[in-house]
Design a protein around this ligand. Structure first.
Ligand SMILES: Nc1ncnc2c1ncn2[C@@H]1O[C@H](COP(=O)(O)OP(=O)(O)OP(=O)(O)O)[C@@H](O)[C@H]1O
Ligand SMILES: [Mg+2]
Length: 402
């Protein structure tokens, strides 16, 4: 076990001072979510550590309290947790057995293993939501072409096939227009040992995300409901607040997210991804960590989602989730084909739009990979969308147009 600053504790507790005055949060996972949570911890004077696989990972590059290790290893997790007051997560891949072992050893993990279990298996998540009375797209387990054909006969083509676990950014989601296309996915799943569910393809008006925080004391805070726009299954743009969403439905989405968080005893953030349809809201999935749909909160809300997550997992009073302006727009920066130095492009964007807030994650540029995001806050939604998209497009491809 190593870390970049030598002794992970050195930055937090000077020798001989005993226990640090401020609590220490440990985040498992070294991606951009941990990197941005680290920034929030710095501002609050809270101790922050990261368990990363590699010193080059996004958060490991900047977090003094980085410990290298494997999130699937009992020993590495226990060694990491031993230096932390609370352990939380920037991804949902820590196996349930390891989470349970940490809890048995008396470590505080937030959210807890019971809630996290749902984020690790889309079938378990759907079954729990349905049992709790939450409307979801109709779904079924599928292991054969015959089952998919029967599902399609009842719900129509296209059918959405999803890997129950391991997917992200739309990898693991296939929209199949025909039985042949579904058979190809089934064969692929068989080769890779993936379990699948089939889901009705939902004709939504817009996709929404309801982000809430809940503390172990039971305090809740609901962010404005946002519209998320996906391209090729990856979050492309987020508009806060969601345009055209009637107040009743906005309140319904927020109350639904708070109710799910309370029922599951979530400590930390809960993002509920929703489809807004003519017949009502359907829940697509849950995430219990900072979420791409909440990156706009860094500049666009009184309290960023990263600070809020720290407050919630530490059982501190939550911050105000209100918008800091009329509208905020966030666009992701995806790696383009040309791996040119992002910094050169950043200079251009700084000059072209001094009000655009650019966040770069220090990640190696690969086509389609999330390497940063841009947020703009202001009054004119159409103008903000144009600015955010021009800046992100330039950073991605060296071109200012879509
Ligand atoms: N049943 C459906 N009907 C229509 N579109 C869907 C359906 N399920 C998923 N999608 C589309 O695919 C996107 C990705 O799906 P989903 O969120 O289930 O996958 P994921 O890879 O786990 O995503 P994430 O990156 O959020 O973890 C959704 O945001 C939506 O645009
Ligand atoms: Mg999703």
């Amino acid at each position: 076990v190593t870390n970049q600053a030598g002794d992970a504790g050195a930055a937090i507790a000077p020798a001989g001072s005993g226990r640090p005055a401020a609590p220490v949060v440990g985040m498992v996972g070294g991606g951009q979510l941990a990197r941005m949570t680290c920034q929030a911890a710095v501002g609050l004077g809270i101790g922050f550590r990261v368990l990363a696989a590699d010193a080059g990972e996004s958060a490991a590059q900047v977090c003094a309290g980085t410990q290298l290790g494997d999130y699937r290893s009992d020993a590495d997790l226990a060694a990491f947790a031993a230096g932390c007051d609370v352990v939380t997560f920037d991804h949902e891949h820590v196996p349930g057995a390891q989470l349970a072992a940490l809890e048995r050893a008396g470590m505080t993990i937030r959210p807890g293993s019971r809630a996290l279990r749902l984020t690790q298996d889309k079938r378990v998540m759907r079954e729990w939501l349905t049992g709790f009375g939450v409307a979801c797209p109709p779904f079924t387990e599928v292991a054969s072409a015959g089952q998919i054909a029967r599902f399609a006969a009842a719900h129509g083509w296209p059918v959405v096939l999803k890997a129950v676990s391991g997917g992200y950014d739309g990898r693991g989601v296939w929209v199949c227009g025909t039985a042949d296309a579904a058979a190809d996915v089934l064969a692929h799943a068989g080769e890779h040992g993936l379990e699948l569910i089939a889901e009705r393809h939902v004709a939504f008006r817009q996709e929404l995300a309801a982000l809430v925080a809940r503390s172990p004391a039971g305090q809740g805070a609901a962010y404005p409901v946002v519209r998320t726009v996906q391209r090729d299954g990856i979050c492309h743009e987020v508009l806060a607040p969601a345009p055209g969403l009637p107040p009743g439905r906005r309140a319904e989405a927020q109350q639904l997210a708070l109710a799910i968080a309370a029922e599951l005893g979530v400590a930390g953030l809960l993002a509920v991804e929703l489809f807004d349809t003519a017949d009502g809201l359907l829940v697509n999935e849950l995430a219990m960590r900072p979420h791409n749909s909440g990156h706009w909160t860094i500049e666009g809300s009184v309290t960023s989602q990263f600070e809020q997550h720290l407050r919630a997992v530490l059982n501190l009073p939550l911050g105000a989730p209100d918008l800091a302006g009329r509208h905020a727009v966030m666009v992701n920066v995806l790696g383009g084909d040309d791996p040119s130095d992002l910094h050169d492009r950043l200079i251009h964007v700084m000059a072209a739009d001094p009000g655009a807030k650019v966040h770069l994650y220090g990640k190696v540029v690969r086509p389609g990979r999330k390497v940063g995001h841009v947020t703009v806050v202001g009054d004119d939604l159409a103008q903000l969308r144009g600015r955010a998209s021009r800046a992100a497009s330039y950073l991605s491809r060296g071109l200012a147009e879509e």
